[in-house]
Design a protein around this ligand. Sequence first.
Ligand code: R5P
Length: 298
Amino acid sequence: MTDRLILPLPGSEAFAERLAIAGGFELGRLESRRFPDGERYLRIHADPRGRPVDILCSNADEQFLTLAFTADAVRDLGASEVTLVAPYLGYMRQDARFRPGEAVTSRTFARLVSVIVDQLVTVDPHLHRFAALGELYDIPCTVLRSAPLIGDWIGRETPAPLIIGPDAESEQWAAEIAARAGAPCVVLAKRRIGDREVEITLPDLGMHTGRQPVLVDDIASSGRTLVAASEALRKRGFAAPLCVVVHAVFAGQAFADVSAASARTVSTDTLSHPSNAIPVAPLIAEALANLPRSGRKP
Ligand code: R5P
């Protein structure tokens, strides 16, 4: 067992357990409850003295204060360094001021996280207008890619797949997944009309007739991207697609909608969801085991 201590925020306990087993790390427990006035009580059940502590949190929106309190508490209790492990990194999508007066939350969130932890480890962050997390975060960031795991999964589960990225942004991981699965790859054109409205245009797919379409995307949120792409493919005479996403956000009815439009919908387990089929804990465990130490004195 290494000296790393894994500490899950509420909701991340199951993932943290898988991570601790995969890496041979100690799993700590965070006791968390509300005082009668609604304020948060926290207590760490583990000894962080002189060791790196990895705080697991994929829902920093709801849990930002808990994250800040926990990071500060473990540091106060002697942790040598504090890493935020966010298998899904939130606040990556509002990365520009699209209309006057809008908050550019990607920047603010990154600034705040950079103050409260020493390092960040995440899987496939949604990088669109920023090329790298280093443009947002002031701390060392380790970005892990799930494409090899997804490519291997598709290669095992799907005969004659055609890997399809639903928009230009998805080309980066669609191409890597296709190469890994030994399959051809195409990228569709998407125009987002609103939060829940997208328009998909297909290129000529004649040479791929008879293949099983596999839509791959980093995030399914409203699910409209996958639904519109699935419908467009069906209209061209393809079988119902398999949909594979990295981060299963699936807001509201999204999962039901995508499931109805596809043959099967699966995801990695960066966010806990019934569609989870591709575990990323071993990938993160390996990265943590090899993480450079900051050398900060407790
Ligand atoms: C595009 O920016 C992303 O890669 C996804 O295609 C998008 O986030 C999916 O969102 P929704 O499920 O709301 O269409």
